[in-house]
Design a protein around this ligand. Structure first.
Ligand code: 5AD
Ligand code: SF4
Length: 472
């Protein structure tokens, strides 16, 4: 297509002189040591980070590294970090402490830290100061620079820090080493413009930018040719896909296009922001036979006052209307959500509104979070923070309402047959997901991994179901 591209598509420069020198060194390492250099990535956080780790793996493979499953055996350890809540941050610092001991015994081991935490100056400074053994720091916008950073450490013996705060560039040519052959994560947007007041993502991942539709479609066609059956389209708010493209192209249109791709059998996407869930999109979910009957639609809170102060730009009533429309369009759709309890100023009445939404929607599953103060966000400065014991009490009460609803929804599946994409096998214990995103365990041959098989549900728990394969 000869359209003017909205963004600059940049080149990851994997054939530069430095990289060729590094590749040659790695080949020489193989000859001298009888093995390739190894890397291990510790990935924290969301699917966006998981997919970034697949890009990091792709880059490292292309310069001659192989993956190892433990940091103890690795020549290069990479922390791909998350900043969304405090506990994610604390886990990274804890693990960095452990790796410090490892590095003492293996001084040649390279340690790199990347991801969302590194996009914040204060945290970067803390890592540089407290964990001075770290050799490389890069951010969410500089993954493509990793080989050059390794070159700087290995050949120039320099510590390497490379951070870009915000950029219009999208690197289309980065190699990816995907974890699974039959299912794949595919970026459709990067960054976020929504500035929910509790959330650090817009500050660390920058402004929202959409990939060109033809780049996305081309990537998925290649995946399909390679045996991929399920794609998950990734964006902080996939519903606003296309907003900043030079031509009119909506997320709904993108779904129709992907639905046409031969070989792809399931299309998933996350995350959907309720404020941008249009009737056209609901129609696309209804009409595209490959789009899974599952929507992850974060509500965050059921209180209009809290939603307003979260800057979510919808009301409880609007959210419930969307759910009604969805259930009418796709009667057996599974709806899952994210809920935060203890947002600053949340009263008991506000919390009861959240419980009311949970009861009305009857979620199939939910991620529930205690509000966590994130420096630099608007909510962090709100002065009516909820005490920890109140947050925990509400959190427990939320689960007491939520879990029986989830279990009851699962119980309705007993006796029914669902197509399940087999994801993993341990001996003859297979695990997969229904199109409603429900996890199912059943017995079968490991050769079925990557296949879609019919499974009759025989027993259910809150977070998984059990069943047996039925032959048609
Ligand atoms: N505290 C608690 N939960 C948060 N989330 C985002 N920021 C915070 C925070 N500061 C949750 C939201 C979002 C999910 C990815 O993480 O529910 O949808
Ligand atoms: Fe964070 Fe809101 Fe953007 Fe989601 S939509 S990444 S919660 S700011």
């Amino acid at each position: 297509m000869s359209r003017i591209k909205n963004h600059l598509v940049a080149d990851a420069k994997l054939d530069s002189e430095k990289i060729i020198e590094l590749k040659n060194r790695n080949e020489q390492f193989l000859i001298n040591n009888g093995r390739r250099k190894t890397y291990h990535i510790l990935t924290y956080g969301c699917q966006m980070n998981e997919h970034d780790s697949e890009k990091i793996s792709g880059m490292l493979t292309s310069i001659g590294y192989v993956e190892t499953d433990d940091e103890k055996n690795a020549d290069l350890v990479i922390f791909n970090t998350c900043l969304i809540r405090e506990n994610a941050e604390l886990r990274v610092f804890g693990k960095l402490g452990e790796v410090k001991g490892l590095k003492k015994n293996k001084p040649d081991m390279i340690v790199a830290v990347c991801g969302c935490m590194m996009q914040k100056q204060e945290i970067r400074d803390k890592v540089l100061e407290k964990f001075s053994f770290v050799d490389i720091i890069f951010g969410t916008n500089t993954i493509h620079e990793l080989p050059v950073l390794i070159y700087n450490v290995e050949i120039k013996k320099e510590k390497s820090v490379d951070i870009v705060d915000n950029t219009d560039l999208i690197y289309e040519d980065m190699p990816k080493l995907r974890k699974f052959k039959y299912k794949a994560l595919v970026n459709i947007t990067y960054g976020c413009d929504n500035f929910c007041t509790y959330c650090v993502v817009p500050y660390v991942r920058g402004r929202e930018k959409s990939r060109e539709p033809e780049d996305i479609i081309q990537e998925i066609k290649i995946l399909a040719e390679d045996g991929c059956k399920e794609v998950t389209l990734l964006g902080q708010n996939v519903n606003s896909y296309g907003k900043n493209l030079n031509v009119e192209f909506t997320f709904a249109q993108l779904l129709y296009e992907i639905n046409k791709i031969e070989g792809i059998e399931r299309i998933r996407f996350m995350t959907s922001h309720p404020k941008d869930l249009t009737d056209d999109l609901i129609k696309a979910i209804q009409e595209c036979d490959k789009v899974c009957k599952h929507l992850h639609l974060p509500v965050q809170s059921g209180s209009n006052d809290v939603l307003r102060r979260m800057n979510r730009k919808y009301t409880k009533e609007h959210y419930l209307t969307l759910v009604e429309k969805l259930k009418k369009a796709v009667p057996d759709i599974a709806i899952t959500t994210d809920i935060i309890v203890g947002f600053p100023g949340e009263t008991e009445e506000d919390f009861l509104e959240t419980l009311d939404v949970v009861k009305k929607v009857e979620y199939d599953s939910a991620f529930t979070f205690l509000y966590s103060i994130r420096e630099g966000t608007v909510a962090a400065k709100m002065d009516d923070q909820v005490p920890d014991e109140v947050k925990h009490d509400r959190f427990n009460r939320l689960l007491e309402v939520l879990y029986p609803i989830i279990l009851e929804k699962n119980q309705k599946c007993i006796g029914k047959v669902f197509p399940v994409l087999v994801e993993t096998a341990e001996g003859d214990e297979l695990t997969g997901r229904t199109e409603h995103f429900k996890l199912v365990h059943f017995k079968g041959s490991k050769d079925l991994v990557g296949e879609i098989v019919n499974v009759k549900i025989t027993d259910v728990k809150t977070f998984h179901m059990k069943g047996s394969i039925v032959i048609a």
